[in-house]
Ligand binder design. Sequence first.
Ligand SMILES: Cc1ncc(COP(=O)(O)O)c(C=O)c1O
Length: 433
Amino acid sequence: MTNEQLKQEDLKYIFHPCTQMKDHETLPMTPIKKGKGVYLEDFDGNKYIDAISSWWVNTLGHSNEFINEKIKAQLDDLEHVLLAGFTHAPAVKLAKKLVEITPKGLDKVFFADNGSSGIEVALKMSFHYFRNKGEVRPYFVSLENSYHGETMGALSVSDMGLYKDIYNPMLIETLQAKAPSNQTIHEANLALEDMEKLLKKRANEISAVIVEPLLQCAGLMNMYHPYYITGLRELCTKYGVFMIADEVAVGFGRTGKLFAVEHANITPDFMVMSKGLTAGYLPLSIVMLTSHIYDAFYCEYDVKGTKAFLHSHSYTGNPLACTAALASIEYLEKFNIIEENQEKIEFISKQLKRFENLPNVENIRQIGMVGAFDLKGYKSEDRIGLEVYKYALSKGVLLRPLANVIYFMTPYVITKDELKKVFDVAYDAIKLL
Ligand SMILES: Cc1ncc(COP(=O)(O)O)c(C=O)c1O
């Protein structure tokens, strides 16, 4: 196949995600032949640094030999088996490992197969817990500017007009509280006050509060102080509602610690993970929960099934995906990745400083391995992010700005030289606007 053949055949058959397909009348598709480390390569040998980790999933580089070998070995043994009534070593080993490395108290593991389905599980299970206790609590609280996925429940608790507004008539009604809009303790306090007002009034109708700890990724990379998460934990306990930590995007080292909630030193009632869980190799999601929640579903068989959690996805706990997850965790530990990243985090911080002197840049921010800033002075019709995307791609870097927000979220295996190239290209792109 050639680049040209793929481009043409693609547009003939594929309806792409998150895309106005008409854009591709002028915007060329980028066919990828292979990936290695931080690089993606097309059929003409052009290479692109994947500076957004292929939608935030790829933590340890493309075609990582360590992970490849483990998946290949698993493939010869078992590719898939249902997880009801049957089990397999990769699922059991992974569950055991996750209980060891997640915050104390998260003792049970429920498998699903992508971020959104994991969110659905956490929402349904928290609602169902209260049903099993004889209460009906139909509401969930999420934060303004939140994003938890695009299936119906996950979209209902999200606050992204762009993805949500059109579907509002068919979504479930949820409640929203203020999100801290920057990294100050002052903002965290204001948002906590708002949350408390809501919980004080309506806690007995609310099953859970769902939150993206420290970083609202799709919410234009809004970063906030861990103090908010500490305070939210206290409020959820005080008012008797569950706290769901959506670590789908931030889990597995993005924020500089293995899990973002570690910055606040708390244990949520549910923790949802996906993306970096398998280092971006295969779709898998996991909902960690406390034994206390698990126990509420544990009882004698009931023919109506009302107390059992009868939620299932066909590919739940797929053995290849579990193997990828185990290999990814082993890699993180073996090569001390989280600690090694600290130097890269400082490097990113220095690189971000360079942008302070650009007149069209504001609100430079960073948390761990994620850096971001806003471009000011443009209207949404300018589609300024698209201009940056096109320029960066022409220079061998894959950036995918969110509206006017430029962000950097590379695989952890990037070198300083490669990081420098990413920032140099972004700098030039912005200077040329
Ligand atoms: C915080 C968060 N939650 C949930 C999701 C949904 O995950 P998926 O795209 O795998 O359904 C995403 C996806 O970007 C996310 O960023």
